[in-house]
Write a protein that binds this ligand. Structure first.
Ligand SMILES: Nc1ncnc2c1ncn2[C@@H]1O[C@H](COP(=O)(O)OP(=O)(O)OP(=O)(O)O)[C@@H](O)[C@H]1O
Ligand SMILES: [Mg+2]
Length: 429
């Protein structure tokens, strides 16, 4: 007869449970679940049992329930009670309790070699070969509330890698912006001041917004886009709303702030009669130096029309870099095409022909043409003539070229010329 007794866990047991939980970490690695999750299960939707000998707690198991699934969030055996069947007894009792509540799938995640692995095998658990991925999002609860209030968010990891081609722009941004911001200690040793504000300029659809988001993703900083058009609708008017927004942003620990089409609020002043937006431009000119006072923040402004910006806006001291983002060259177009042609189809496509046919196409134009070709090929495959099984294999080079022929490129030779002039006169790298 076992000398222990298994019963439901009580609040009074908690200190003891935590003590043996700490004892049972034989491998020295941290358990997957933390105390907060264990308490959450005990006080919320979960079940816990302890094994006691006399008054002493010698083992504990806690499971958190959701739907028909139970996750073991704590499993602990006192050190001198191992290898005696106590673990199996705890799991068996736990199973009875959770099965009564309709839970059928029981899962446990243990560091390799952790105490009690034998008990799981004895109780019919199968080991699954899985990779466990974990990431801790670096943010305090208050921060996330603030961020939400600003309409900001933490973007998916990997947007930087998803940016196809544009190697020249990527390298520049990587070196000038990402490197010093992500390793400020190293930057300081070399006397480099990390940038705090940059302008991206270039024709529509070249990827300015995409770059701004990719920078935030790359730095793992939250992303907040400021929409002047929305702020303009607020009661006090645009300038005060802009000031309030920047004040809120100032409370965030790290952030990439993005203002698109910035020429709308930072256009050249001095027109006659004075534009109603002059007050807003003045406000923004004051806000940027204040924004720059603290580290860990980056303002990215984008514009299609850099020559329309007020010269004072672009001055040294406000923006560290004024970076052109132009149409993709042939190498970049190839990479962008590859991004938008499905795997399995790509091998049968004459990429060189697509690259050649899409001079002056922006990434947005290529994306548009690629989606159009895909949609058309899909419709052809499903609704087209039955004897024609060609379509079933996915879009062909002809499908893509047809779609390209029907897509008007955003860029014109004049736009390219003007862009090159802007690079010569306004860009600052
Ligand atoms: N390098 C790239 N690789 C793949 N897709 C891209 C790339 N750059 C941009 N795109 C795609 O092209 C579209 C337009 O890009 P984006 O909105 O970033 O351009 P933009 O320069 O901000 O344009 P606008 O000046 O009109 O605001 C998006 O759908 C984006 O996903
Ligand atoms: Mg944009």
């Amino acid at each position: 007869m076992p000398v222990w007794r298994v019963r439901d866990v009580h609040d009074d047991d908690l200190d003891e449970v935590v003590r043996i939980w700490e004892q049972s970490r034989t491998t020295g690695s941290e358990p997957v679940y933390g105390l907060a999750e264990v308490l959450g299960a005990l006080h919320g939707d979960g079940v816990g049992v302890v094994a006691v000998v006399g008054e002493a707690v010698v083992g504990a198991a806690v499971m958190r329930l959701g739907g028909d699934r139970g996750w073991l969030v704590l499993f602990a055996l006192a050190s001198d009670w191992r290898g005696r069947g106590l673990g199996s007894a705890l799991l068996t009792e736990l199973e009875k309790r959770v099965a009564a509540r309709g839970v059928r799938r029981l899962s446990a995640l243990l560091p390799e070699g952790e105490t009690g692995a034998q008990a799981f095998q004895n109780c019919g658990y199968q080991t699954r070969e899985l990779a466990y991925f974990e990431r801790v999002v670096p943010m305090e609860p208050l921060e996330s509330e603030r961020l939400e209030g600003l309409g900001g968010r933490v973007l998916a990891h990997g947007l930087w890698a998803a940016l196809a081609g544009m190697e020249h722009e990527k390298e520049l941004i990587e070196r000038r912006i990402v490197l010093p911001l992500s390793d400020p200690g190293l930057a300081e040793r070399y006397g480099v001041l990390p940038p705090q504000a940059v302008v991206l300029f270039g024709p529509p659809g070249t990827g300015k917004t995409t770059f701004a988001k990719a920078i935030a993703s790359r730095l793992a900083w939250p992303f907040v886009e400021v929409f002047p058009s929305r702020l303009a609708a607020s009661a006090g008017g645009l300038a005060p709303a802009l000031r309030d927004t920047f004040h809120e942003i100032g409370e965030l620990e790290n952030v990439v702030v993005f203002i698109d089409e910035v020429e709308e609020i930072a256009g050249r002043r001095g027109d006659k009669p004075p534009s109603p937006l002059q007050g807003v431009t003045n406000e923004l000119l004051k806000l940027i130096p204040a924004f720059r006072e603290r580290e860990g923040r980056l303002l990215v402004c984008a514009t299609n029309f850099v020559r329309a910006l007020d010269p004072a806006f672009l001055r040294h001291g406000r923006f560290d870099y004024v970076i052109p983002v132009g149409a993709p060259d042939a190498v970049a177009r190839r990479a962008i095409w590859q991004r938008y042609i499905p795997a399995g189809v790509r091998e049968h496509i004459d990429l060189a022909a697509l690259v050649e046919a899409t001079d002056l196409f922006t990434p947005a134009d290529i994306e548009f043409a690629a989606r159009k070709a895909s949609q058309r090929a899909l419709e052809h495959a499903v609704y087209g003539p039955l004897d024609d099984d060609n379509g079933r294999k996915g879009p062909t080079t002809e499908d893509y070229l047809d779609a390209v022929g029907e897509t008007r490129p955003t860029l014109t030779a004049t736009m390219v010329e003007e862009f090159n002039e802007d690079i010569a006169t306004i860009a600052r790298l």
